[in-house]
Structures are given as C-alpha cells and as structure tokens.
Design a protein around this ligand. Structure first.
Ligand SMILES: [Zn+2]
Ligand SMILES: [Zn+2]
Length: 321
C-alpha cells in the first residue's frame, strides 16, 4: 500500500504569498553564502541537508484529499481542493498510456463540510464519458449535498452535466466491506454534524484515515472504541489542526484535535506511523515546521521507548506502508 497526499490543509485552502517566497529565497541565499556546496555535493542532497523544509519546500495549501494506492482501482478519501490535482494527475496517466479508460474511482467522504467536497466540481475525470465513480459515506443526504453545491448560484455546471456514471453508496458503522481490494470499516467521530473515519486493510497492512475529529470524554478510557479502531495501524492519518492550548481553550468544541492527543492515542494503540493532517490554514511553513518538532519532542518525553514515526502531512507527501 502507498499513500499520496494531494491536499492536507484544514478548513480552507491556503496559498503562499510572493512576500513569503521572497523571504525564503533570501534565507536560502544567506545559508549558501555561509556554507557553499562542495564540488562533489549533489544539488538535491545539499538542499536536503542544508535548508529546513520550510525554506526548500512548502506544506502546501490544498484542502483534504488523500489517495490510497495498492487496490484494484483509484481510491481517494475526501474531495477537498486536492482532488483537482489528483484528477489532473490521472488525466496525465491516461494521456501517457499509463492508465486505461474507462477509469473507476472510489471516493470515501468523511463528512460534508465544504473543505471536504469543494474540489469535486473541478475533478476532470468526472467529465469523461465512461468513467465510473462510486462515492461512499455514512451521512444521509450525500447525493443532495453534492448536487446542491453545483446548483446556481454556487456553481455554473450542474452535477448532472458530469458525464461519468456516479453512484452514491451508504456505509454503516461496524460493518466490514470489501471495496477496491481493501477491507474497509467506518467509525463515527465527534465533529459538528458528525464525521466518519475509515480503516483500510490489505495484505496484512492497515491505514486509518481519521480527520475532523475531536477526542474528548472517553478518549482516555482503556475501552475507547477509537483506540480499538486504530490499534496496530501501520499508518494513522489524524486531524491535528490545533495546539493543545487551542484545543482545550478558545477552540474547544470546534471539532478538531491537538498534536498531543494524536501522539497519546497513537502510542496507546501501538500505531507504527502517525501523520498529522488537516493543518491549520492560518499557519505558515515556519510555524508548521516548529509544530512538527514540538510533536516529536513530546513523543520522546511521553513515550521514549515507543518507536513511533511522526510526519506532518504536506501536499505531495508519499508514504509507503
Ligand atoms: Zn475539515
Ligand atoms: Zn469539518
């Protein structure tokens, strides 16, 4: 299995400004002046070793969209703005002869907040005749929500104008489904209007996609259903939009969790790799770099013997599972 992150921001897309690009170029030039590359250094290796991620890269600005590779068809979780780039990638595969029409997609929807569906009208494969698109979720009214966001005055092209065959399928919590080469289960999560997390298993590997979820009362209980749901996951993708201060202070009950709760739950459940996801849209790359450092430091203090790997999701991150 492999995971590819197409969109990782929470709540709203966030773009980098010209001023920030300029600042990071200035930083990079200052670093190069202090420590120029040796003749034998590869440029890629030099950049990797010399510049922090927030200078040589970016966490990106697309909203939630995660592709899960290794199944029988294309599988994605959520249709945030990252879905547009995923669609462009698939069209590129078609043109290069690396994918064959008709295409089949399985889209799992965590919930219906805008940032999880607003990429759908821009998903080019849905306009290609013959494409098959299965949309899964546990909420009632998913089809109505997808239809409504493409009605006037919100969008000029109605859902019915998409030429793919699109069907909406309801999933039930607690049931196990065989879909696209994965065993799939759903869990209900605390979030305004509810959200659902999904566990995907295949070939002895397990990936859990759990975004837009606030872990409150009961999360610290030994029989917590969420801990059972994520137990021994090879990869846990987890909503860590907030710092602890935000999560228990001004933003309590807003439906998101902190990086520290992420670590505690992952450690308790014996998770192998944790990917912090749904990053706060007001945070720039420098503060997200610090957020990841703080999270790793907390893990070393909280559970020094636990071999948990921690990443902070960015658009374009690939994780082999
Ligand atoms: Zn969200
Ligand atoms: Zn939400």
């Amino acid at each position: 299995m492999q995971v590819y992150m197409w969109g990782t921001r929470g709540s709203l897309p966030a773009s980098i400004t010209a001023e920030r690009v300029r600042t990071r170029i200035e930083t990079a030039i200052a670093v190069v002046r202090r420590r120029p590359p040796a003749e034998e250094d590869s440029i890629a290796g030099y950049l990797e070793q010399t510049l922090p991620f927030a200078v040589r890269g970016t966490y990106g600005g697309n909203t939630s969209c995660m592709e899960l590779r290794g199944g029988t068809d294309f599988v994605v979780c959520d249709a945030g703005s990252g879905l547009r780039d995923f669609g462009a990638y698939v069209v590129g595969l078609l043109r290069a002869g690396q994918a064959k029409a008709p295409l089949t997609f399985h889209l799992f929807v965590s919930h219906l907040h805008w940032d999880h569906i607003h990429g759908f009208p821009f998903f080019v494969p849905a306009y290609i005749p013959g494409t098959r698109l299965h949309i899964y979720g546990c909420h009632p009214g998913i089809e109505a929500a997808f239809t409504r966001q493409q009605e006037p005055p919100f969008f000029p092209v109605p859902l019915g104008a998409m030429q793919a065959s699109i069907d909406f399928r309801s999933l039930e919590v607690g049931r196990e489904y065989d879909l696209a080469g994965f065993t799939v289960q759903a869990i209900k999560q605390h979030h305004p209007g509810d959200s659902y997390g999904y566990a995907f298993a295949a070939g002895g590997r397990k990936v859990v996609y759990s975004t837009d979820s606030e872990h409150k009362e009961g999360a610290d209980q030994p029989d917590s259903p969420f801990v059972a749901f994520i137990r021994h996951a090879d990869l846990l993708v987890f909503d860590a939009q907030y710092s602890l201060l935000d999560a228990i202070g001004a933003k309590e009950n807003w439906g998101h969790s902190s990086n520290l709760v992420a670590v505690e739950l992952a450690v308790r459940a014996g998770v192998r790799r944790l990917c912090l996801f749904h990053s706060e849209h007001t945070c720039d790359d420098d503060s997200l770099d610090r957020f990841l450092d703080d999270t790793r430091r907390y893990q070393r203090l909280h559970a020094p013997d636990c071999p948990l790997t921690i990443d902070l999701a960015y658009d374009g991150l690939t994780i082999d599972v």
